[in-house]
Design a protein around this ligand. Structure first.
Ligand code: SER
Length: 597
């Protein structure tokens, strides 16, 4: 295997696909343009969805890049050896051009050739789709791998759960994939040990998705794409870790400088003990993500909704862990400086926005300091009302969710006063919140915000539910939300429809929404199981990305949507709804911008 650093691997990837006639495109913003399913760009293919669905890409039919991505679904795993919230995905795409034959040959070449990654064949294992009632077994990919030189006992047929790829929403292009793994040489964990198990014998390195199908409506039928596409993704950090034989992704060159800065600021050595390692990694990871989010072309600032809330959580977690290491939070901008220096040649945008990144970070740190003080007051209040010596789990969770107190900190404070915390109850509240957050990630806002201070955003959020209801009333229930973005001034709402709306249609939509505002209908929130929500007729995207428990917001008999909230209590709070713009978003998708008074 070749020992490469991040710049070398990125360049090698781009060079390889350039050799195979691909155009190198630049990384898109971390903030998705037209994707309703997520708050951040989570894969290289996200910004390319319109093209994967048939729109013509100006750069042609063979593309490659290294895409900045954010995934926060596993935020609580950051600190282990492999999870990062920000990462880069090396990708290549065929837009109706080549298909399985070329792609599998090239994957084999890139992985094994001396000129490229030079991975010995005996260290590779691959998986292909086993087939089910919706799509056939991928025998073609099996045969292609076998012809390249992967022996039959290293090719595994796995079900949809493992070898199928589509967007989290369940809508859009999708298809079987073939995944490539490094066999670490560990003993098999059992008779049926395969890349599907998590025993650590196999580590995934690359994923080739063969997009042969599309799904138009959540839960709807699967249709064949006229021209199938290829979408592949290789995690930069993870591959660096494998190639260099590192124990963890945090050992790769991208983190080395930041870890040194954290050592200097804390006066502690990184590998001192497992707790310290974890704290270092969380700070290093979260501040890297923070640097890229605030430094993005569409730079986001910390807030209580949507992307801004995710950013706020990342910063506050980093601050909490920094405090544990004895670091003065205001010094954390030095970690950002290190990342700006490290990445400035590859992503000049973060150099351009470096001042903004640091100013925003300092602002948030100061704000958080105040919140911590409020949290301490809240803690004291809870203690003064306590009967007995146990602080209940809900209070501990509120301190975590609203004031950013990790439960360990609450336990510490309690212990100092001879008290304890009901951790079991805390875990239950936490899990419920996780489920709600997952729901939110799957299409709407971040749920369960306890300290919402931006009332206008909340009002606009409820307005968007009334807007969808009006659209469905006029155009039928095939209309669904294809994207949403809310600032404190306006809402932006994308939906599927086959024509430009006339001025008369816009008036009709406004009238329906305003009627429902005038009627001052109560907005009711209920929590229920996904199946129950489905049965109740709630709209939303049903797939495995949801947690077990979801919240459903009902507005009279007008609207019922699965949503993370938050919402107003009565529609009358919206006063008056006005559409300020109607335009095209992409093919078959129109965009409405609207305000309320
Ligand atoms: N979209 C696929 C993934 O995220 C391949 O790029 O793995």
């Amino acid at each position: 295997m070749k020992e490469l650093n991040s710049v070398e691997l990125r360049n090698l990837w781009l060079k390889f696909f350039k050799k195979h006639k691909h155009k190198i495109i630049s990384s898109a913003s971390l903030i998705p343009e037209n994707d309703p399913t997520v708050l951040y760009t989570t894969a290289g293919m996200h910004p390319l969805v319109p093209y994967l669905l048939g729109e013509k890409h100006p750069q042609g039919t063979r593309l490659t890049n290294s895409q900045r991505c954010i995934r926060t679904g596993d935020i609580d795993d950051v600190g282990d050896n492999s999870h990062c919230t920000y990462f880069e995905m090396l990708g290549n795409w065929s837009l109706g051009d080549y298909f399985k034959d070329d792609m599998i040959k090239w994957s084999y070449e890139f992985l094994t050739s001396r000129k490229f990654l030079c991975i010995p064949v005996e260290k590779l294992a691959v998986t292909v789709f086993a087939g089910d009632e919706t799509a056939p077994r991928d025998i073609e990919s099996y045969n292609l791998w076998n012809k390249c030189g992967i022996p039959a006992d290293k090719i595994f047929y796995l079900p949809k759960e493992n070898n199928w790829w589509g967007l989290g929403s369940g809508i859009g292009p999708c298809g079987p994939d073939t995944e490539m793994f490094i066999d670490t040489g560990k003993e098999k964990c059992c008779e049926n040990c395969s890349p599907a198990c998590s025993c650590g014998k196999y580590i995934e390195i690359w994923n080739d998705v063969f997009m042969q199908y599309r799904i138009n409506i959540a839960g709807g039928p699967i249709e064949k794409l006229l021209k199938p596409n290829v979408d592949t993704g290789m995690g930069l950090e993870r591959t660096l870790c494998i190639l260099n034989g590192y124990k963890s992704v945090y050992d790769c060159d991208l983190f080395v400088g930041a870890i040194k800065v954290i050592e200097k600021l804390s006066g502690k050595s990184y590998e001192q003990d497992t707790e310290t390692i974890k704290a270092f990694r969380i700070i290093a990871d979260h501040l890297r993500a923070t640097t890229f989010i605030m430094g993005d072309e569409k730079g986001i600032s910390p807030s209580n909704v949507g992307q801004g809330y995710v950013l706020r959580r990342l910063i506050r977690r980093a601050i909490n862990y920094a405090k544990r290491l004895g670091i003065e939070p205001l010094e954390l901008t030095k970690v950002c400086d290190e990342y700006i220096e490290k990445y400035k040649n590859v992503y000049p945008i973060i150099l351009k926005n470096s001042q903004k990144i640091k100013d925003e970070l300092l602002k948030e740190i100061n704000k958080f300091n105040k919140t911590i003080n409020d949290g301490l007051k809240e803690f004291d209040r809870a203690v003064s009302h306590l009967t007995g010596t146990v602080i209940d789990g809900k209070t501990a969770f509120r301190l975590y969710d609203t004031y950013g107190f990790p439960v360990e900190m609450t336990i510490e404070l309690a212990t100092e006063r001879g008290l304890s915390v009901n951790k079991q109850e805390y875990v239950e509240s936490f899990n419920l919140h996780q489920d709600l957050s997952r729901t939110a990630n799957a299409g709407q806002f971040k749920g369960g915000l306890a300290d919402v201070d931006n009332y206008d955003n909340v009002r606009l959020h409820t307005a968007s539910h009334l807007l969808l209801a009006a659209l469905r009333k006029i155009y039928g229930n095939d209309v669904h939300q294809c994207g949403q973005n809310i600032t404190s001034e306006r809402l932006r709402f994308d939906f599927n429809i086959d024509h430009k709306l006339s001025p008369e249609e816009i008036i009709v939509i406004e009238n329906i929404v305003n009627e429902n505002i005038k009627s001052d209908i109560s907005v009711i929130k209920e929590e229920m199981g996904v199946q129950e929500a489905k049965k109740s007729g709630a709209t939303g995207i049903f797939d495995e990305k949801y947690g077990n428990i979801v919240s459903v917001y009902t507005i009279g008999n007008i609207s019922k949507e699965i949503c993370g909230g938050p919402h107003v209590a009565h529609t009358g709070e919206l006063n008056e709804f006005k559409i300020i713009k109607e335009e095209s978003s992409s093919s078959g998708i129109r965009r409405i911008k609207a305000t309320i008074k």
